[in-house]
Design a protein. Structure first.
Length: 301
């Protein structure tokens, strides 16, 4: 894996401070340079068709103050001898983050989330969700320190695979990370069995023919998925990854396995941007990012 430029936005919150810690360690590991970005939101957002509001500009004195405040947040990077660029932009945070990531170009975006209490109220249009859905480079979202259970460097990786192109690309990334950091890797596939909520009927309560057919179908799905998982592991990957199969709602099972294994990092592939993909994002990746106690690395294909 080649990481030369890391974009790390900060809003000076505790959540973004923990993300900075992660970015500094990753930059040190990969000998990468960090671009620190603070976006000052305009007091009066621009309205299409109207002249630019004076509230959208910030005077040079304020820009310089914000630049110094941003640099102070990244003191650990400077102390570690990591290359650091400081940027202060004015505008809508998600748009400016995405623009900067594309123009640098960034190999990785590292940004914080506000944990269960704040991130639980996530709605379409929030900064983190927009960046996750639209960034063309990998995005590492980091929970606040108070919620985190992971350690650096990452030694226990969990990669969720649904056999889509995006998840297979994420798996290659996971293989690379595991080799470079000598980490244990678990590859997880979740079968969405037809019943999740309400509780399913017991198979023995169904008519014999239906119960037998469902039992055989489930056995077939599990056997096929297990074989596909095992076929994804190349012989040259080094330490053999563990493959796991779960039944249920994907995000619930991903979080359960991450908790069981005390994963340091969850890796997930994100699909495209059409309406169906946004729905899938909301029901799986978004839920994992909202609730995970460890960083989540999302990759788009």
């Amino acid at each position: 894996m080649d990481i030369k430029c890391i974009l790390c936005p900060t809003d000076f919150s505790d959540a973004s401070t923990h993300a900075i810690d992660q970015a500094v360690v990753i930059a040190g590991w990969y000998k990468a340079r960090i671009t620190a970005l603070h976006v000052s939101s305009p007091i009066f957002p621009a309205v299409p068709g109207l002249a630019t509001s004076s509230g959208e500009s910030v005077d040079e004195t304020e820009i310089e103050r914000l630049r110094k405040q941003t640099a102070a947040r990244f003191g650990a990077a400077t102390a570690a001898g990591i290359g650091l660029d400081i940027l202060v932009d004015v505008g809508q945070p998600a748009s400016r983050i995405l623009d900067r990531a594309a123009n640098l170009p960034a190999d990785l975006i590292v940004m914080g989330t506000h944990g269960t209490s704040g991130f639980e109220h996530l709605v379409l249009g929030s900064t983190t969700e927009k960046v996750l859905r639209k960034a063309t480079c990998p995005v590492l979202t980091v929970p606040p320190r108070a919620h985190a259970t992971s350690q650096l460097p990452f030694k226990r990786l969990l990669c969720a695979v649904d056999f889509s192109d995006s998840s297979l690309a994420a798996l290659q990334y996971a293989f690379s990370l595991a080799q470079e950091s000598d980490a244990a890797l678990t590859i997880l596939h979740v079968l969405e069995w037809p019943w999740e909520e309400p509780p399913p009927p017991r198979l023995e309560e169904l008519p014999f023919e239906q119960g037998f057919a469902l039992t055989e179908y489930r056995r077939y799905c599990e056997k096929s998925a297990t074989a596909r998982l095992e076929s994804l592991v190349p012989a040259s990957v080094g330490a053999t990854p563990v493959t796991r199969l779960r039944n249920g709602k994907p995000y619930v099972q991903i979080l359960h396995v991450a908790a069981e294994e005390r994963s340091d990092l969850i890796i997930i592939g994100v699909r495209g941007r059409n309406p169906l993909d946004v729905t899938l994002f909301g029901s799986t990746t978004n839920q994992v990012v909202r609730r995970a106690a460890c960083p989540v690395l999302t990759l788009r294909r």
